[in-house]
Design a protein around this ligand. Structure first.
Ligand code: PLP
Length: 439
């Protein structure tokens, strides 16, 4: 209709004129307009709908616009929109209690942050202060956030132009499909990755290492579910040398893997846990660090030299309490587990079997990666143009995918229904067929 302003075009024009985007060459940004959403669906101003298999940045675990969370934010806004972090605020305490309610008993305190990067930043600070040691060991295939230490703890390309923090050491983690260890079984990969880690610790000098910081399941790096025994082995290495183990659950936590915390399935209890994203689905920015009793006790009489104006912001905390309450009451984590086991796992395996572009699929819960290869024998990654073509073919059919490097990540909200999951996979399958035919 001519009398309806083209809000989609206006959104794109304003964005292109004034918004400076993350991780992008600004002249090459092609923004996707999202005007609204509900559950696993988003739409633009003109009403084109898309099944959201990205969960935005893998954060809307409870889906878009969950009414209970929206209402909690509305109610908190009416009561008190902001408060200093030094105050005792009921909702902040309730949020801490709610998060800790899903964690092992050894965690009794939460330090709230604005997101995942500053959660890792503060976890690293806690580990350094606790041990009196400077270095942090993390994986090359990892992303830990975009602040001083977090981006240098990150192993992927984003570290390289930002390498100003000191004391960071990287190791290769297990990734059997592209093994750095010439391994041919998960067990070999696990044993060799652990030996590599321990040798690096020894060569760096264990007395200089404060923390091993790992994503429980590396996410952006390709949903690299660790082989059985790897994280338990890392725990042993950490214990042997008095090193703090920090697990980054920013992407993997709060239902994504089909468990509350991804480490629940790996026989390991870390010393510090970082979280953000799914804790309140990003409705209001929030993150934090779960702190073990032992580490927290070290700051009973010693000042913790860190803080944030918005630590435990009331709107974010209200969203945490409502999100975790709704997830528990509605069986959202159980849904993620079941959809992964019954629909996404078998469905993606079937796609891998018939689509020559697919080298491997791997994942758990609603956390999957489809690795696209130019040649199944050499496992050479497809060029970026092929990934872009798959993304475009998905969008044209109403599916919003998440792509990274040579992969499509299948990461819908934890509330995705089995039918929506099947529908999304059917679109991905068609998109792969179309792109393969055009090669
Ligand atoms: N850690 C992991 C595992 C992440 O995936 C991310 C973001 O994608 C972060 C940390 C950083 O979180 P934020 O972007 O909220 O700072």
């Amino acid at each position: 209709r001519a009398d309806v302003p083209d809000l989609d075009a206006r959104a794109v024009a304003l964005d292109r004129a004034h918004v400076f985007h993350s991780w992008s060459a600004q002249a090459h940004v092609a923004p996707f307009v999202v005007a609204g959403g509900r559950g696993s669906t988003v739409w633009d101003h003109a009403g084109h709908t898309y099944l959201d298999f990205s969960s935005q940045l893998v954060n809307t675990n409870i889906g878009h616009q969950h009414p209970r969370v929206v209402e909690a934010i509305r109610a908190q806004a009416a009561q008190l929109t902001t408060v200093a972090p030094s105050t005792a605020h009921l909702v902040r305490g309730q949020a801490a209690e709610a998060v800790l309610g899903h964690a092992p008993d050894r965690f009794t305190k939460v330090f709230f942050t604005n997101g995942g990067a500053d959660a890792n930043e503060n976890a690293i600070r806690l580990a350094r202060l606790h041990t009196g040691r400077p270095k942090v060991v993390s994986h090359y295939r990892s992303y830990h956030g975009n602040t001083g230490a977090a981006v240098v703890a990150t192993g992927d390309w984003r570290r390289v132009p930002n390498e100003y923090a000191t004391g960071h050491v990287h190791v290769f983690g297990p990734y059997l499909y592209r093994s750095e260890f010439w391994a041919s079984t998960p067990q070999e990969e696990c044993e060799r990755a652990l030996r590599h880690l321990e040798r690096v610790v020894q060569c760096e000098g264990p007395e200089s290492i404060a923390a091993i910081l790992l994503e429980t399941v590396p996410g952006t790096a390709g949903v690299l579910v660790p082989p059985p025994g790897y994280l338990a082995g890392v725990r042993e290495v950490a214990d042997r040398y008095g090193i703090v183990l920090i697990l980054d659950e920013v992407m993997a936590g709060f239902g994504r893997t089909g468990a509350w915390f991804a480490f629940d399935r790996h026989d390991v209890v870390p010393d510090l846990v970082t979280f953000a994203k799914g804790v309140n689905s990003g409705y209001v920015p929030a993150g934090g660090v779960l702190i073990s009793d032992e580490i927290a006790a070290g700051f009973d009489d010693r000042v913790f030299p860190g803080g944030l104006t918005y630590s435990g912001h009331p709107l974010a905390m209200a969203a945490v309490v409502a999100t975790l309450g709704a997830m528990a009451d509605e069986g959202v984590v159980e849904n993620a587990e079941a959809v992964g086991r019954e629909v996404l796992g078998p469905g993606l395996a079937a796609i891998a079997a018939r689509q020559p572009l697919v080298g491997e699929v791997r994942g758990t819960g609603v956390f999957w990666a489809v690795e696209l290869v130019a040649d199944r024998a050499t496992r050479a990654p497809v060029p970026a143009s092929v990934v872009a073509a798959v993304k475009a073919a998905c969008l044209a059919r109403g599916l919003l995918p998440f792509v990274a490097d040579n992969r499509v990540h299948v990461v819908p909200p934890c509330v995705v229904t089995p039918d929506e999951a099947r529908q999304g996979l059917a679109v991905l399958d068609e998109a792969l067929t179309e792109v393969t035919a055009g090669l």
